[in-house]
Ligand binder design. Structure first.
Ligand SMILES: NC(=O)c1ccc[n+]([C@@H]2O[C@H](COP(=O)([O-])OP(=O)(O)OC[C@H]3O[C@@H](n4cnc5c(N)ncnc54)[C@H](OP(=O)(O)O)[C@@H]3O)[C@@H](O)[C@H]2O)c1
Length: 264
C-alpha cells in the first residue's frame, strides 16, 4: 500500500492511497490499472492490507468455503493470534462456533480470550509433547468440527487426531515447516486414517482464488469493521531497512495481528 506522488492518470492524484503489488522498494512507477484506489472515508487505509485485504480474504473464504461453519460447531484455529488466524477466529464466533485458538505464549492467549472473546486459548509452547498438547486441545474442545490450520507440524499432529465425524480441515499454511521443512515433508499419511474414519475433508485454500470475490467480502465485512465489531490489531515496524528483520519476526512470533512495515 502506498501514496501517489505524481500521476498522469485522470483517476489518481497526488496524495491518493493505493493498493498494488509493487514489490520491496520505496518508490515505483507503474500503470494506474495495476493499482486499486483506496477510500480512507470507507475504512482505515491499512485495512486494505488486513481485514479488507489478502488476510481477510484468506480468512473469510477459507472459513466459509472450506470450513463451512454451522452454529454450535467447535472451531480450532492454529496461529490464532496472527493476521489470518485472528480474523478466522472472529468470523467463526460470528458464525456461532465455539472457538478455541492456539498461539505461542501466555500474552497472546490472554489476548485471544480477552480482546477477541474466544471460548478458549492454548499456548502450544507450554507443552513438551504432542500428547500433552493434544490432551489440552481435547479438554478445551471436546472434539474438533473445523480445524483451520495456519501452522502445520507438531500443532497439527496434536489436533488432527481429535477431529469429529465429518470434520473439515482447512489447510491454509504450514509456517512451522517454512524453514526448510516444506521440502522434506513429514510422514503426512499418518493423519489420513483420521480423515478416513471420521469421513472428514481436508481442503487447501489460496487467497488468490478469491480475488474476484472481494466485493462480496467488502459488502459483508466493512460494516463490521466500521462498527468496530471485527478488527485486526497491527504490529508496525518502522523503516524500510528493517524489512528483512520484520520478515523474520513472523517466524519468531513477535507479531499480534497483522505485521506491517512503515516505509516512510
Ligand atoms: N493460503 C493462503 O492463500 C494464505 C494466505 C495468507 C497466509 N497464509 C498462511 O497463513 C499462515 C498465517 O499467515 P499470516 O500472514 O496470518 O501470519 P501471522 O499468523 O500473522 O504470523 C505468523 C505467526 O505464525 C506463528 N508461528 C511461527 N512459527 C511457528 C511454528 N514453528 N509453530 C507454530 N506457529 C508458528 C507465530 O505465532 P505464535 O507466536 O503463535 O507462534 C507468528 O506470529 C501462514 O502459514 C501463511 O503462509 C496462507
Amino acid at each position: 500500500m502506498s501514496q501517489v506522488l505524481a500521476s498522469s492518470s485522470a483517476a489518481l492524484e497526488p496524495g491518493d492511497w493505493v493498493l498494488g503489488y509493487n514489490g520491496w522498494q520505496t518508490h515505483d512507477k507503474c500503470h494506474a490499472s495495476q493499482l486499486q484506489k483506496l477510500d480512507p472515508a470507507a475504512a482505515p487505509v491499512t485495512s486494505a492490507l488486513g481485514v479488507l485485504g489478502m488476510p481477510g480474504r484468506t480468512a473469510w473464504f477459507g472459513l466459509m468455503e472450506a470450513g463451512r461453519p454451522r452454529p454450535g460447531d467447535t472451531l480450532v484455529v492454529s496461529g490464532a493470534a496472527g493476521a489470518v488466524g485472528s480474523l478466522v477466529a472472529q468470523f467463526g464466533k460470528r458464525a456461532g462456533c465455539r472457538v478455541i485458538g492456539i498461539a505461542g505464549g501466555p500474552a497472546k492467549c490472554a489476548w485471544l480470550t480477552g480482546r477477541l472473546g474466544l471460548d478458549g486459548a492454548i499456548d502450544y509452547k507450554s507443552f513438551s509433547s504432542t500428547e500433552t498438547l493434544a490432551a489440552e486441545v481435547m479438554r478445551q474442545s471436546g472434539g474438533v468440527d473445523i480445524y483451520f490450520d495456519n501452522v502445520g507440524g507438531a500443532v497439527s499432529d496434536a489436533v488432527i487426531p481429535l477431529i469429529n465425524l465429518r470434520a473439515r480441515i482447512v489447510v491454509c499454511g504450514t509456517i512451522s515447516q517454512y524453514e526448510g521443512g516444506i521440502d522434506v515433508p513429514e510422514l503426512a499419511p499418518r493423519v489420513l486414517q483420521h480423515l478416513l474414519f471420521q469421513r472428514a475433508t481436508a481442503q487447501g485454500i489460496l487467497a488468490r482464488d478469491f480475488v474476484h470475490r472481494m466485493d462480496e467480502l467488502r459488502a459483508v465485512v466493512t460494516p463490521w469493521v466500521r462498527a468496530g465489531e471485527v478488527f485486526l490489531d497491527e504490529t508496525v515496524v518502522d523503516g524500510f531497512e528493517r524489512l528483512p528483520h520484520a520478515l523474520n519476526m513472523l517466524f519468531e512470533g513477535v507479531n499480534t495481528g497483522k505485521l506491517l512495515v512503515k516505509v516512510a
